[in-house]
Design a protein around this ligand. Structure first.
Ligand SMILES: *[C@@H]1O[C@H](CO)[C@@H](O)[C@H](O)[C@H]1NC(C)=O
Ligand SMILES: *[C@@H]1O[C@H](CO)[C@@H](O)[C@H](O)[C@H]1NC(C)=O
Ligand SMILES: CC(=O)N[C@H]1CO[C@H](CO)[C@@H](O)[C@@H]1O
Length: 359
């Protein structure tokens, strides 16, 4: 009984020893390639994991310092009587919800051109004032080139609206006489004068002189003396170049809803929810000039003969075409509902292989 027990135990121990010897023999003779490969790919995997780890560690601080949306500065250098109050009112209503600041640039005596010391002071202040970012500045200020003033790295995004020049002039004419429903009790410069725009044009009075239409061109043209000379073709060309090269987006007063829609898609950091809000609150009719009389066809004819109207209208048409072009490119040519997109591909050299020293 006892001897058979010992016998079985001995056999078990012997079998165990044989198994261990055989295992080592097989391990060192037959399996090495396979095992080595597994070892290698394991090492490769760990290498690439380390590689991505360092990539992430390297990119993290960079991502934090270049947070474009939180650094955004938008300047809306609004032209008087282009419906700008409705648009500015919208940004004041959105600023709390979308967490950005809105600031009005108040220049002494409502001047549109900044003095040289103020240009530098303004540009440096806007650029350095991080506590206000993201910020939306608005004011009746002619286009100002930030790069020219020594801060090329942090240029703002410019926005603006243009309006049909005759409509703008007529609106301004009656605004000076009757004010509007926005600040109804403010007494305007020409209060009490009941002459209509038609009578003014017929009698060739200075208030309806087409030279008064020379305002949208200089606002886009900028701070050069030539910009403010009514009829300057150089100013018109400069205004057009600035409009496409220096402005993020320029809309038209007549298509304010579309302007806000495009802004909501392009700059959601500021304009998220703006389209719905604008429609619901009917801000589009916020500021109406009182007692406005539409001009007679003879008056329109008369104005349209002037070269100032023709040039201002050329800028308006130019802006309108550019705006429609931007609207159209938002979506793919086939389906009106599918938005244009882009992505990166064919990226060489391969990131992981390159770091493993294979290329
Ligand atoms: C700009 O500031 C002056 C002085 O405080 C003020 O009288 C004027 O109403 C301001 N302009 C606007 C458009 O608010
Ligand atoms: C910008 O100007 C405002 C008003 O003068 C001032 O309170 C603010 O501190 C200035 N910001 C910077 C960064 O200089
Ligand atoms: C900030 C501001 O001026 N908001 C005004 C926008 O317009 C509405 C009227 O439609 C006013 O009630 C707000 O005070």
């Amino acid at each position: 009984m006892l001897t058979t027990k010992y016998f079985f135990l001995l056999i078990l121990i012997a079998a165990g020893l044989v198994f261990i010897v055989l295992f080592h023999w097989f391990a060192s003779n037959y399996a090495p390639d396979e095992l080595r490969t597994i070892g290698n790919s394991d090492r490769m995997f760990r290498n690439s994991a380390r590689h991505w780890e360092t990539m992430i560690n390297q990119e993290d601080p960079a991502l934090k310092t270049i947070n474009f949306d939180e650094q955004l500065v938008v300047i809306y250098n609004r032209v008087p009587k282009t419906g700008s109050t409705s648009f500015v009112n919208l940004t004041y209503d959105l600023c709390r919800r979308n967490a950005f600041h809105v600031l009005h640039i108040n220049i002494t005596a409502n001047m549109h051109v900044m003095s040289l010391p103020n240009q530098l002071r303004f540009v440096r202040n806007v650029t350095a004032w991080d506590a206000m970012k993201p910020a939306f500045y608005h004011g009746h200020l002619a286009y100002l080139n930030f790069a020219k003033l020594g801060v090329p790295a942090a240029r703002p995004l410019y926005l603006n609206l243009v309006r049909k020049p005759l409509d703008r002039l007529v609106s301004y004419y009656y605004f000076l006489r009757y004010g509007d429903d926005y600040r109804p009790h403010l007494v305007r410069h020409r209060a009490g004068d009941t002459m209509t725009f038609d009578e003014c044009v017929a009698r060739q009075k200075p208030d309806c002189d087409p030279a008064n239409m020379w305002l949208q061109i200089p606002f886009f043209c900028g701070h050069a003396a030539e910009c403010w000379k009514p009829g300057s073709t150089w100013a018109l060309e400069q205004a057009k170049r600035n409009l496409v090269n220096e402005y993020f987006l320029v809309g038209v007063t007549e298509e304010m809803d579309e302007f806000i829609e495009l802004l909501e898609v392009a700059l959601p950091r500021f304009f998220k929810g703006a389209t719905d809000y604008f429609r619901k609150s009917s801000k589009s009719h916020l500021r109406r000039t009182k007692s406005k009389v539409d001009p007679q066809p003879e008056t329109i004819n008369q104005i349209q003969k002037s070269s100032i109207w023709q040039m201002e209208n050329e800028l308006y048409e130019f802006a309108l075409e550019q705006f429609h072009f931007m609207q159209k490119k938002l979506r793919t040519p086939s389906g009106k509902s599918s938005m244009q997109d882009f992505f990166y591909e064919k990226i060489k050299p391969n990131q992981i292989a390159a770091s493993a020293g294979r290329i």
